[in-house]
Design a protein around this ligand. Structure first.
Ligand code: NAP
Ligand code: HSE
Length: 444
């Protein structure tokens, strides 16, 4: 049986997972592909260090350049993370005409267009199923399965670490820092966990999904991003009382144009691409996606509503996605079809992302206010002056003269008006500390 030889660069959580998965299911994969996948080399930083998945020392090396240049190696698998060396590895391999498989969403977000162009110029392919939503084959779904659809709405829980933290804080009352350390121990978190909890990892992934759905490579700088550090137990409990859960969401949709705004620029209806924690109704299907699960809800004009869910981070789920790419890359080599499915087809030249300020939605507001006569009237006046309506209020009893949390649920309002009003509210002497504003996603 023909053999396809792999060079892994990275033997950590994901690299170890791929090594282990090929050992476990190599024969099964070979029987399905008619090809045998064989790992020839694994480049790491420190070959002497103890590894959860043992990799034979004869296979280990520190020289990724030699792995890429080795004529006996057919496919390069980049699993080191980061955007500097990973970019060099990917470009060197593509220039050598070798297909590259990567799980690196930060790399794609920052350098996607350059990498796709390099792949095209050198007749090689770039595969990145593992870059978004762990074990869910969402890249294949967008690029192949839903190819006949215009995508109007895409909502994703795309960061396993954040979903794990928010679920455990709600279900077990656990502390943010403790749950984050658990996510690190379980191999869910990035080497730099700020990428997870400050929303950047979800920004990279949401940008990739938005690009595939709308046909232009979304510049990550145009994606509004908010992390989850400011979400407290108090917010989780008030949200619960109001019938909601808090999830970090990647949102990609074509909203109705704001009044007095041009409907489109150059014929393209702009899209919202954002990442933020959001209140979602407990009855919505995404509300039940907990722990390390990811879920992506996609509405296509022909297929209608679809939902994909599964483990979104961790060794095995990610290795499964890498295996899927390895199978595609190996079959392309077998049949000489280097670009059967190109990594990205830019077909929307005029695409652009609408600024968040123009987006209209509902809000949850938590203010810490001094409970004394007139306090609420001052807040309501500021909101009223900005034409922002309040739909409900919660203020716990028995705090006269003291600081008390007040929860305001706000009707639909433009982001620009809401943030301006909130700035004025936060400057009132009766408002203590920083207000917390969380969007309410209505999936409309
Ligand atoms: P990791 O556990 O930190 O592993 C990184 C690996 O890269 C280590 O084996 C390290 O060597 C090696 N490495 C770093 N710099 C290197 C260099 N210059 N030359 C050779 N080897 C080098 O990271 P990971 O969690 O596996 O993540 C890898 C990639 O997958 C990242 O892009 C990440 O975003 C992505 N990803 C991760 C997950 C997940 O759940 N963890 C899921 C999806 C995607 P040593 O072992 O010697 O330190
Ligand atoms: N740190 C990422 C997450 C890994 O938690 O989702 C999967 O991409």
């Amino acid at each position: 049986m023909r053999k396809v030889t792999l060079g892994l660069v990275g033997g950590g959580t994901v690299g170890g997972g791929v090594f282990q998965a090929i050992k476990r299911n190599g024969k099964l994969i070979a029987s399905r592909l008619g090809l045998r996948l064989e790992i020839a080399k694994v480049a790491v930083r420190n070959p002497g260090k103890g590894r959860a998945v043992a990799i034979p020392s004869a296979v280990l090396t520190t020289d990724w350049k030699a792995v890429v240049a080795d004529p006996k190696i057919d496919i390069i698998v980049e699993l080191i993370g980061g955007t500097t060396t990973a970019r060099q590895i990917t470009i060197a391999a593509l220039k050598a005409g070798k297909p590259v498989v990567t799980a690196n969403k930060a790399l794609l977000s920052a350098h996607g267009e350059e990498l796709f162009e390099t792949a095209r110029l050198h007749g090689a392919n770039l595969y990145y199923e593992a870059s978004v939503a762990g074990g869910i084959p969402i890249i294949k779904i967008l690029r192949e399965s839903l190819i006949g659809n215009r995508i109007s709405h895409l909502y994703g829980i795309v960061n396993g670490t954040c979903n794990y933290i928010l679920s455990r804080m709600r279900d077990k009352g656990e502390d943010f820092d403790f749950v984050l350390s658990e996510a690190q121990r379980l191999g869910y978190a990035e080497a730099e966990p700020s990428l997870d909890v400050d929303g950047y990892d979800a920004q990279h992934k949401t940008g990739i999904l938005a690009s595939l759905a709308h046909g232009f490579w979304v510049n990550p700088r145009t994606i509004h991003v908010e992390g989850i550090r400011h979400i407290s137990q108090l917010d989780i409990q008030f949200a619960d009382q109001l019938g909601y859960v808090i999830k970090q969401l990647g949102v990609v949709k074509q909203p109705a144009p704001a009044k007095n705004k041009p409907r489109s620029k150059n014929g393209f209806q702009p899209i919202q691409v954002s990442v933020y924690p959001a209140l979602i109704a407990k009855s919505h299907v995404l509300a039940s996606m907990n722990d390390v699960f990811n879920a992506v809800f996609i509405k296509g004009d022909i297929v209608g509503d679809t939902l994909y869910c599964g483990h979104g981070a961790g060794q095995d789920a990610t290795a499964s996605a890498v295996l899927s790419d390895l199978a595609d890359a190996a079959l392309d080599l077998k049949f000489g079809t280097a670009n059967r499915v190109p990594p990205f087809v830019p077909h929307e030249r005029e695409g652009w992302v609408t600024p968040l300020d123009d987006i209209v939605c509902r809000y949850y507001l938590r203010l810490n206010v001094v409970d004394r006569p007139g306090t609420f009237a001052r807040i309501a006046n500021l909101l009223g002056a900005a034409k922002i309506g309040i739909s409900s209020i919660i203020q716990p009893e028995g705090h006269q003269g003291k600081s008390v949390p007040v929860i305001l649920m706000i009707h639909d309002a433009p982001n620009r008006a809401m943030t301006a009003a909130l700035k004025k509210i936060s400057q009132l002497d009766v408002v203590k500390g920083n207000p917390v504003m969380i969007r309410v996603e209505q999936f409309d």
